[in-house]
Design a protein around this ligand. Structure first.
Ligand code: ZN
Ligand code: ZN
Length: 160
C-alpha cells in the first residue's frame, strides 16, 4: 500500500534503487521501499536512530537491523549521502534535500552550516559537460572551523 503522507514523489528514486538492488541480486521489498520513502520525507540531516524514531512514530514496523542494513544500500545506490561528524557519528541526508544546499562542517563542534551557491552548481554542471560525465549526485562539503571555534582556538598563525 502506498502511504498517503509522502511529501515528495519518490517513484523515480524507487526505480533507481530497484535498479541498483537488481545489480546486486537483491529485490526492492516493501520494507526497503518504506525506508526509501521515509528518508525522502525526513527534513534535513539524520542519524540512523533518528530515522528509526520517525518511522515508528509514523506507524512503520521496522527493525533496527533492517534500517542499519538498508541505509548503506541507499548510499551505494546514490540516493543518500553520508558524512561523518566530529564525534564520528554517521549522518545522512537524502539527495533530494541535498540538491538544495551544500555544507560547511566544523571539525571541532560538528556544527553543520548549510549554504546555497548557484555559481558552484553551475560550475559543476559545466565541468561535467566538458568531460561528458553524467553526474549522479553532487557532494559539497567544506571541512574546517566555524567562527566560534576559531575564536576559542589558540591563534597559531598570523591574521588571515
Ligand atoms: Zn544538509
Ligand atoms: Zn565549531
Amino acid at each position: 500500500m502506498k502511504s498517503v503522507e509522502e511529501s515528495a514523489d519518490t517513484t523515480e528514486f524507487a526505480q533507481q534503487f530497484e535498479d541498483y538492488l537488481k545489480s546486486c541480486g537483491l529485490r526492492l521489498t516493501q520494507k526497503r521501499l518504506d525506508i526509501l520513502n521515509q528518508i525522502f520525507a525526513y527534513p534535513g540531516h539524520f542519524q540512523t536512530e533518528d530515522l528509526l524514531v520517525q518511522m515508528r512514530r509514523n506507524g512503520y514496523l521496522v527493525s533496527r537491523p533492517t534500517i542499519y542494513r538498508t541505509l548503506p544500500l541507499l548510499v551505494k545506490s546514490g540516493l543518500l549521502t553520508e558524512f561523518i561528524d566530529a564525534q564520528k557519528n554517521t549522518r545522512y541526508e537524502s539527495i533530494h534535500s541535498l540538491k538544495e544546499h551544500a555544507h560547511l562542517i566544523c571539525l571541532r563542534c560538528s556544527q553543520i552550516v548549510e549554504f546555497k551557491e548557484p555559481q558552484i552548481d553551475a560550475l559543476q554542471k559545466s565541468v561535467c559537460e566538458a568531460h561528458q560525465f553524467k553526474p549522479v549526485r553532487f557532494r559539497n562539503e567544506i571541512i574546517g572551523y566555524c567562527a566560534e571555534c576559531q575564536a576559542e582556538l589558540e591563534p597559531t598563525s598570523t591574521d588571515v
